[in-house]
Design a protein around this ligand. Structure first.
Ligand code: SD4
Length: 333
């Protein structure tokens, strides 16, 4: 059997899992992958990465990994930190409302088995990342939305909470005076959290949680809860997650695209850049008016990030550091 080998950057001794999987993907016998990966891959180094400046969230996720928790537990616990932080106006409690004054949340989660759970347009529940996990683990479905999701939350013991804080309400009241909705994201003022983690066993999981675009139409759902758009995980390859203008991410299924590009041998950085290029190509000149940013992590622990406009950043927690990095970007004109 002839195998095509994509080992552009890896040496044989430092063979990355991605490269091995690219190699294996062209082999018709699929049962050999685990042993080859185990014997030739680098030592597993746990890692957590997340969109935006979220050191408390990555620290929490890291703590879970250090206590031998799974990557799934880590991303859930990490995302919960931002959901509870009322100062973050794009996630969970304290999120800015839709144009009717209701805070509605979207979230999804994926595990190493490729299972997915999501909730959309949920009111009165802070920890929608945990609710998404419940959907994944306790129902025969993958998505619950609106009232049905809320009802399920109460059945699962979630608390009813008012998510509209005084400051979010004030901001909405100011907005209502003109009630102008320009689908333009202030590129420095949004911080949906998308998080990816690799645990001590080398398994990857991801989560994404948001209150979506402020002053959106009631019922609007963005990319963050949609598999392949706001988040995608494949435990053979890696994961990716998105932030920014959800409509544009949805149209290009950006996170899935990135994972598939990594499967073909691209680095996470190359894959993120290609996904942003795809968004720009699709949007034409409109790209000047919105932000989209991606982060990606492959199974070798390599990171990528890219966005359209300056000032997207991301948080990385390794054994060495919990550090925020500025992302490279397209629009340097
Ligand atoms: C959405 N992608 O609902 C989200 C918004 C976002 O930081 O990322 N805000 O479209």
């Amino acid at each position: 059997m002839k195998r095509r080998i994509f080992l552009k950057k890896a040496t044989v001794s430092g063979l990355s899992i991605v490269a091995v999987n690219s190699l294996l993907s062209c082999d018709t016998s699929t049962n050999v992958s685990t042993s080859i990966i185990a014997s030739e891959s680098k030592a597993i180094k746990p890692i957590v990465i997340a969109t935006w400046r979220v050191p408390n969230a990555t620290a929490k996720a890291w703590e879970v990994l250090q206590n031998n928790g799974s990557s799934l537990d880590a991303v859930e616990q990490g995302c919960r930190v931002e959901e509870a932080a009322v100062a973050n106006q794009s996630v969970g409690k304290g999120g800015l409302p839709d144009r009717d004054g209701n805070v509605t949340l979207d979230a999804c989660i994926m595990n190493k088995e490729g299972d997915y759970g999501a909730v959309m347009a949920v009111q009165n529940i802070t920890h929608v990342i945990s609710l998404a996990r419940k959907v994944m683990e306790k129902t025969p479905h993958v998505i619950l939305s609106g009232k049905g999701a809320e009802k399920f939350a109460y059945e699962q013991g979630f608390e009813k909470e008012n998510l509209l804080t005084e400051s979010a309400k004030k901001a909405w009241e100011v907005w209502k005076k003109t009630a102008q909705y320009k689908p333009i994201i202030n590129i420095e003022n949004h911080d949906t959290i998308g998080m990816l983690a690799i645990d001590k066993k080398g398994d990857i999981a991801g989560g994404c949680t948001t209150s979506g675009l402020s002053y959106k139409m009631a019922g609007r759902v963005g990319d963050s809860a949609i598999i392949g758009s706001g988040l995608f995980i494949d435990n053979e390859v890696g994961g990716a997650t998105a932030t920014g203008m959800g409509e544009e991410v949805l149209k290009t299924v950006g996170s899935f695209l990135i994972v598939e590009l990594m499967r073909q041998g691209k680095t996470p950085q190359e894959a993120c850049e290609e996904a942003v290029q795809r968004v720009i190509k699709n949007a034409g000149d409109r790209y000047k008016d919105f932000q989209v940013g991606f982060i990606a992590l492959n199974k070798a622990g390599e990171i990528g990030s890219y966005c359209i406009h300056e000032w997207f950043n991301y948080q990385v927690h390794t054994a060495k550091e919990n550090k925020n990095y500025k992302s490279d970007y397209y629009n340097k004109a």
